[in-house]
Design a protein around this ligand. Structure first.
Ligand SMILES: [Zn+2]
Length: 697
């Protein structure tokens, strides 16, 4: 290990940087392998970190040298192919449950009787919150984490060491020096409520189904064969017990204290209770703060504090006799659904929401519940004025389970799902690939604009240095950037603003000037980046490139889109759009709906007029620069195949004959185009000649 911690040296020549980076990648991959796979690290954590930081510094200095799959981006090693089964050294039991006070009274009586204690003899319990997560066991040998597994059926679990290692609150090495050589720690893996909601938001953005509750999300995250997925999710771990108790630890309280000392996090609040009334008071106080806790709990747990008592009490069937879970009341209840409203998400999804007669569920007043989407609404036949059953799934999101009243003569008519956005009044449409109905307003919809702006300036779009997510948030709050055009007029307007940007703390003259400079540099942009930046649903980088190649210039593209959107989906224009390479029905429809909104058209038009949009190069091929028109039926290939062929060889297809057309290819039963081609002097090829042309070396 080096004695001095110095900043990594950055080579000045690119060749040297490349060689150095390759070397670092190799080293990092090797040490990842030793650490995660072989479980035998060869270097200290500090030395590993030094290599890692050096690679990061080089990547920052030479971003184009950075590879897609670098060790600086990944955690862990190769994904597993399947989970290995692990037998628990001591079975992982499940807890007995009670919902009512009588259940707890019986529990205490049973214990005292078993231990031969007087009914009024003192007996201490350790009271802990019951986290609603996934139980896991961690094995440490000489203080090193060697194995982590799920509870499974209590006897056999699955080896999930690779994902558990990505959790920050699970120490890889125990702290202190008084831990036993072999230690098996048990606890709960979970996601905080906030991280759970963020994860679902991300999933919504990516078009993936949402997790029903934090427990499912946690289970889905640790049961990943690829640790990289788990590493991206901020999972946490609370320890609560040990499989085998080391000598010297006499109580549950002391056990928890030891776990804390060895580097584990514990549930909160914890309390020693000496009587039934103490336990009930604890229960009541935790239920009261339940909704304010950062994580989800479904009850509290009482454990006999003395471990010698625990041992004597043993277990009944598959539950310990010395512990019980005092569950909170099931969070379900009946109420009246007053109205159905529509909420617009950050990506423009219209979500129906039930406005309820407020109802107390598990200590929380619920007045709104999600109805998910139009299909769900229809399936459950939920209508305004209905008496409904509400539940809080996993304590977080209230939802409507079903309708209770069915006196159809008095019911309101079914809810009509709006075809317009309630916020910006743009029309909304149902994407054929998902259940969601989306607002087409984009930048003009205040619910979505900020996210759209962040995308607009992002790395693969306009890539404006100094204008990241945080700056967009700032300019948005200041109302200085509300639309894409506002970015380009920011500098010009700045002199009239009070205060001007350079006067704002955190900016200063230099940062402000740098930002204006960075924006000025981006008034030239390649056509494909421009298309991608618009954030039209389903237009990714590859489809943007395909469109840019097909329409060549931004004005030509705009003119075509405007014309196409003015016609029906059966029009020739729409058919020609969806036959472009990579563009199918879904993407075509997305463009169609986008261009039906006048404000979208204006925004695009203004940008095209203001910016210099540079066409991109066609892939070179034998048909480069040549434009073809097909008429009649070909015998050897379909029209679609012919089109693909032309494009793959660098040529273009047109649907209207003009002097710009290089060849008219004629199949059987051609129309009147032959005469026109002859008239304007466009060369005509029959099918045989066409085949010869594309088979040229
Ligand atoms: Zn809208």
């Amino acid at each position: 290990m080096s004695l001095f911690k110095s900043l990594p040296e950055i080579p000045t020549s690119e060749a040297k940087a490349r060689a150095k980076l390759d070397h670092l990648y190799k080293e990092l991959f090797y040490h990842n392998y030793c650490y995660y796979e072989l479980n035998e690290p060869e270097i200290s954590d500090e030395d590993y970190d030094a290599l890692f930081q050096e690679a990061l510094a080089l990547e920052r200095a030479y971003p184009h040298l950075k590879k897609d799959n670098t060790p600086t981006k990944s955690v862990g090693y190769a994904p597993l192919e399947k989970f290995e089964k692990v037998s628990h050294s001591v079975p992982m039991l499940s807890l007995d449950n009670a919902f009512k006070q009588e259940g707890i009274e019986d529990f205490i009586k049973r214990i005292k009787k078993f231990l031969g204690l007087e009914i009024d003899a003192p007996l201490e319990f350790m009271a802990e919150p019951k986290i609603d997560g996934l139980s896991a066991a961690l094995r440490y040998e000489k203080g090193h984490l060697v194995l982590g597994c799920t509870r499974g059926d209590g006897t056999t679990g699955e080896n999930i060491t690779h994902t558990l290692r990505t959790i920050h609150s699970i120490p890889h090495h125990l702290k202190g020096d008084d831990y036993p050589d072999f230690l098996e720690v048990r606890g709960e893996v979970f996601l905080s409520k906030e991280d759970f909601l963020l994860l679902n938001e991300e999933r919504e953005k990516e078009g993936l189904p949402a997790f029903a509750n934090p427990r499912n999300a946690a289970a889905g995250s640790v049961r990943q064969l690829d640790s990289v997925v788990a590493a991206k999710r901020p999972l946490q771990f609370f320890a609560y017990s040990l499989a085998l108790i080391p000598e010297g630890i006499k109580t549950q309280r002391a056990l928890l204290d030891s776990l804390k000392k060895w580097g584990f996090s514990l549930g909160d609040p914890l309390k020693i209770c000496g009587s039934l009334s103490d336990l009930l008071e604890y229960y009541g106080s935790v239920e009261k703060i339940r909704s304010h806790l950062p994580y989800d709990i479904d009850g509290v747990v009482y454990k006999v504090n003395r471990l010698d008592y625990q041992e004597r009490l043993g277990q009944v069937s598959r539950s310990p006799r010395w512990a019980i879970a005092h569950k909170f009341q099931a969070s379900q209840g009946e109420t009246i659904l007053k109205a159905i409203t529509i909420q617009v998400g950050r990506t423009g999804v219209l979500t129906p929401v039930a406005e309820l007669e407020p109802i107390n569920l598990g200590g929380v007043l619920v007045s709104r519940a999600t109805l998910h989407n139009a299909d769900e609404l229809l399936r459950k036949d939920i209508r305004e004025g209905d008496r409904v059953l509400i539940q809080r799934a996993g304590d977080v999101i209230p939802q409507v389970v079903r309708v209770l009243s069915t006196d159809s003569s008095k019911r309101n008519p079914p809810f009509i799902f709006p075809n317009h956005c309630p916020i910006c009044h743009s029309h909304a449409y149902r994407d054929p690939e998902e259940a969601a109905t989306r607002c087409t307003g984009g930048f003009n919809c205040s619910a979505q604009a900020k996210e759209r702006l962040k995308h607009f300036v992002s790395r693969h779009a306009f890539d404006i240095e100094g204008l990241g997510d945080k700056s967009i948030d700032f300019f948005w709050e200041q109302k200085r950037i509300l639309s894409p055009m506002d970015i380009f007029t920011l500098e010009e307007r700045d002199s009239k603003e009070t205060p001007s940007l350079k006067m704002i703390p955190g900016w200063g003259e230099k940062s402000a000037e740098n930002l204006f400079q960075a924006i000025r540099e981006k008034n030239h942009i390649s056509f494909d980046r421009f298309l991608y930046a618009l954030g039209i649903r389903h237009i990714g980088q590859i489809t943007a490139k395909s469109l840019a190649l097909s329409y060549e210039t931004a004005p030509a593209w705009y003119e075509f889109m405007e014309k196409m959107a003015a016609e029906s989906l059966e029009s020739e224009a729409f058919q020609s759009l969806i036959s472009i390479n990579m563009i199918g029905q879904t993407i075509g429809l997305s463009l169609y709906e986008f261009f039906r909104e006048p404000l979208n058209k204006k925004m695009v038009k203004d940008l095209i007029e203001f910016l210099t949009i540079i066409p991109i190069q066609q892939t070179k091929g034998i048909l480069s620069g040549k434009t073809f028109l097909f008429t009649g039926t070909l015998q050897t290939m379909t029209r679609e195949e012919a089109k693909q062929k032309v494009e793959s060889l660098g040529g273009k297809i047109t649907s209207s004959l003009s002097s710009q057309t290089n060849f008219l290819v004629v199949g059987e039963n051609p129309g009147s185009k032959i005469q026109k081609a002859q008239a304007i002097g466009v060369p005509i090829l029959n099918e045989q000649e066409w085949l010869q042309l594309i088979q040229k070396p």
